[in-house]
Write a protein that binds this ligand. Structure first.
Ligand SMILES: C[S@@+](CC[C@H](N)C(=O)[O-])C[C@H]1O[C@@H](n2cnc3c(N)ncnc32)[C@H](O)[C@@H]1O
Length: 274
């Protein structure tokens, strides 16, 4: 008898560390396993501020999407969503605009397994989940669930937070190519939000982090400020432009204290399509 979709057993490869689950562990979540915690502990030994960096990245996301919802954006496409961590993007934007629509995407089956928490949106709005690989952007743009939720003729806020550094170029400029494809599919008034790990500030530390991820089976490519800026080519950066995540309009939800540059391992920016 053929295997039905319901019967299909997805191999979550729990014996190997995975970026979503290592990140969940840094954030104090419970969806992580021995291999993830082992990799996370190795990272903490060389970069004790990893948990702070993850929280700063989340706090930036909160400020960024709040800003865009207040600016009137009502459609959000979040790629590389991660394991649900409340408040999730839809809770933030639907708290401002209850009718906001959100499409979440990730390629990790464990995120799919927990996606129910991402789908409890406001009745006025809509949230949906697409299991897809960001390196095949058309599989996201053409997904029936996306097309039933977002109107791609109206502005969309595209968020790619802490995901593009998991797309190594392998000599083919893959990360920039996928972002350009997504940008091209969105109309004027759309916004692009990106956070991305960098080795600009502490290369000896970040080289070791890259090594740990590589050995754990999750290739990582940190990028320079110039490489980060290229993601926004042709779009207009929103003030304060390219900055470290915790310095992007620090307010009540972030930017408190004085993290060192090493703690602030992550660039962030928002741009709008002219
Ligand atoms: C560090 S987490 C970031 C989660 C969330 N965006 C945030 O910033 O809090 C990275 C996520 O990107 C996902 N990811 C990595 N490579 C991906 C790809 N090629 N396509 C889709 N998702 C990917 C991982 O599964 C993981 O959930």
């Amino acid at each position: 008898m053929g295997e039905t979709r319901e019967d299909a057993v997805v191999d979550l490869r729990l014996d190997r560390a995975h970026s979503a689950r290592i990140y969940d562990w840094f954030l104090g979540g419970r969806t992580n396993f021995a291999a993830d915690r082992e990799a996370g502990e190795q990272v903490l030994r060389v970069f004790p501020a990893a948990g702070d960096a993850a929280r700063m990245n989340r706090a930036f996301m909160h400020r960024a999407v709040s800003h865009l919802a207040r600016e009137g954006l009502t459609q959000f496409l979040d790629i590389g969503t991660g394991i649900p961590t409340s408040p999730n993007l839809h809770e933030i934007v639907q708290g401002i605009t209850p009718a906001a629509r959100v499409v979440y995407t990730d390629n990790d089956p464990i995120v799919l397994a927990h996606a129910a928490a991402l789908l409890r949106g406001r009745p006025e709005g809509r949230t949906t989940y697409v299991q897809a690989d960001a390196t095949v952007p058309d599989s996201i743009l053409r997904a029936p669930e996306l097309l039933a939720t977002l109107d791609l003729d109206r502005p969309v806020a595209l968020t790619l937070n802490a995901v593009l550094h998991f797309v190594p170029d392998d000599g083919r400029d893959r990360a920039h190519a996928l972002v350009e494809r997504l940008k091209a599919a969105l109309p004027s008034g759309s916004a692009l939000v990106v956070t991305h790990g960098t080795s600009d500030f502490s290369p000896p530390v970040t080289d070791r982090i890259t090594d740990i991820y590589e050995r754990a089976g999750t290739p990582l490519q940190l990028r320079s400020e110039a490489e980060f800026r290229r993601f926004f080519d042709g779009w207009e950066l929103v003030e304060p432009g390219v900055t470290l995540a915790h310095r992007w309009r620090p307010g009540e939800t972030g930017g408190a204290g004085r993290p060192t540059a090493a703690e602030a391992i992550c660039y962030a920016a928002i741009a709008v399509k002219p």
